[in-house]
Design a protein around this ligand. Structure first.
Ligand code: CFM
Length: 546
């Protein structure tokens, strides 16, 4: 019998911590995990290579989700006027029903299917005899009740296993209904190694079936698409508020509070601002190739980052009117932000945080912690690719393996009729010469301090071990980690769902975040928490190979 105690190990021993995380694994697993745990050396400009977007070892309790989650839940889920129909057992729809907190405003037309959950509710008999007829009937039923503009069908694991041809059903129903775009996603949960595969599948199908359908020129100046913003906890509403104030017209958001028509007309915008690089970079690249819209990386998490991103958008258009207005908005919004920082800083400065989240927030949220004087001592993504850690410069070196080959790459060509050069090559060059970066993302590692830990696909065991050893003042993750971390006496903030908070984007969001984190890391309640094993001995066992 052994007793586990919480003990604070000196935080500047990353090699020791890494060795401890790996110590319990069988040697083969330890070797694999070792490549996914990197000690950051970014400050010396020699970012070491990390292994990412690889399979999780069976038996390990991963934080990841599935391909269907990435396609249906993440990309298509926040679209309010498309009926998102899940073809599968009802269990697959549990996490598809408003659990992601992507908020919606029904808008002038009042169409909003967000509060519904559409499923074919497959039964044993459908698995045995096939579910195509049931799917067809479900599409018809949804059409008869709602008369939606579009119905999207999502495959769950059993659909791929029994071989239901969802694409043929979709095509047949599209022809039969006439005024409803029915199309399908082969996003079976097992495709790829995580939800990241589902993002790619979703991006391809939106591009193939909707984008470019509506050429109508929308009113407004300085037209952009905001890609990779999903309006969690109202983030997108705050960003829209700021855009409006600045005089920037948002043609479409992929896909927070979005509509079918936004996707259909997004090719009329003049710039793509990419927020979450991981989930949507495919659409950004395709829009550039086919329609000539350049893209830039932005980040509206953090007040400084928001100001920087607005200036980046204004610099692209290069018109004095917009540049002045953006500066006026920043000048108007920042005093409240600075006041809030001055208020919390004496209490938050020097506190430490860990963040393990999807494929972009573990990077973006570091901005907010920096503004509060907090240090991020360990961070990682669940399913990002190497470019999200090390920057897009590594893309040519990425290896295609059996899992990535599984995901369709669609070939996109210039649309001679609709392609429009947004800037002349000279204008682009002038911008680049002044330090402007198109199509660029440097990833998380360069923004992290030397000797911090960067861990890909963290699991339940490692999360607890890491907290025990490094004892951070705050841990950020998702619902699966929430209670096990809190039981260790460490406050836990969900940065997928924001618990029930938000928005955290933009200027107002930053202020919300400062105060919430201040309350969390300074609450004394956590010091009263004692895990049961701190008082009582815990039964322990050894593995066969030990
Ligand atoms: Fe992009 Fe997202 Fe994220 Fe993501 Fe997500 Fe999310 Fe996330 Mo949860 S699209 S990669 S698949 S920023 S749902 S809004 S919080 S894991 S870090």
């Amino acid at each position: 019998m052994t007793t586990t105690t919480l003990k604070k190990i000196v935080q500047d021993e990353p090699a020791h911590i890494k060795a401890e995380l790996l110590a319990k694994y069988p040697s083969k697993v330890a070797r694999k995990r070792s490549k996914q745990i990197m000690i950051n050396e970014a400050l010396e400009n020699t970012t070491p290579e990390i292994s990412a977007n690889v399979r999780t070892t069976p038996g390990i309790i991963t934080m990841r989700g599935c391909s269907y989650a990435g396609c249906k839940g993440v990309i298509m889920g926040p679209t309010r006027d498309v009926v998102n129909l899940v073809h599968g057992p009802i269990g697959c729809s549990f996490y598809a029903w408003l659990t992601r907190r992507n908020q919606t405003n029904a808008g002038a037309d009042g169409v909003n299917y967000m509060n519904y959950c559409f499923s074919t509710d497959m039964q044993d008999s459908d698995i045995i005899f096939g579910g195509e007829k049931k799917l067809e009937a479900a599409v018809q039923e949804a059409y008869d009740i709602f008369h939606p503009r579009s119905i999207a069908i999502f495959a769950t694991c059993p659909v791929g296993l029994i071989g239901d041809d969802i694409h043929t059903v979709a095509k047949r129903m599209k022809e039969k209904l006439g005024d409803c775009n029915v199309f399908a996603f082969s996003c079976e949960g097992y495709k790829g190694v995580s939800q990241s595969a589902g993002h790619h599948i979703a991006n391809n199908q939106i591009f193939r079936h909707i984008v470019g359908e509506n050429d109508e020129v929308k009113p407004g100046k300085y037209k952009i698409n905001l890609l990779g913003e999903y309006n969690i906890g109202g983030d997108g509403f705050e960003i829209d508020r700021i855009f409006k104030k600045c005089g920037i017209t948002s043609i479409s958001t992929f896909s927070g509070n979005s509509t079918y028509d936004q996707f259909a007309s997004c090719h009329t915008a003049d710039l793509n601002a990419v927020m979450c690089h991981r989930s949507i970079n495919y659409v950004a690249d395709m829009l550039e190739t086919k329609y000539g819209i350049p893209w830039v990386k932005v980040n509206f998490i953090g007040a400084e980052a928001t100001a920087k991103s607005l200036r980046k958008i204004a610099a692209y258009f290069g018109e004095k009117e917009l540049i002045d207005q953006v500066e006026a908005v920043i000048a108007e919004e920042m005093p409240d932000v600075e006041k809030a920082i001055a208020d919390v800083l004496p209490r938050t400065k020097g506190k430490t945080a860990m963040m393990f989240l999807g494929g972009s927030r573990a990077h973006h949220y570091q901005e907010l912690f920096k503004e509060m004087g907090m240090r991020v001592i360990a961070a990682g993504y669940e399913f990002a690719h190497r470019d999200d850690y090390e920057g897009r410069k590594v893309i040519p070196d990425l290896k295609v393996d059996a899992d990535s080959r599984n995901i369709e790459e669609i070939e996109v060509f210039r649309d001679e009729a609709k392609y429009r050069e947004r800037k002349t090559p000279e204008e682009i060059k002038a911008l680049e010469d002044s330090g402007y970066k198109f199509k660029e993302y440097d990833g998380m590692a360069p923004d992290m301090e030397k000797d911090t830990l960067i861990i890909d696909d963290l699991n339940q065991y490692e999360a607890e071990k890491l907290v025990e050893m490094m004892k951070p003042d705050l841990f950020c993750g998702g619902i699966k980690e929430k209670y096990s971390i809190q039981k260790l006496g460490v406050p836990m903030k969900q940065l997928h769902s924001y618990d029930s908070g938000g928005p955290y984007a933009g200027f107002k969001g930053a202020i919300n975040f400062y105060y919430e984190i201040d309350r969390l890391v300074n609450s004394r309640v956590w010091s009263y928490m004692k895990a049961p094993w701190q008082d009582n001995p815990q039964l322990s066992a050894t593995y066969g190979w030990e």
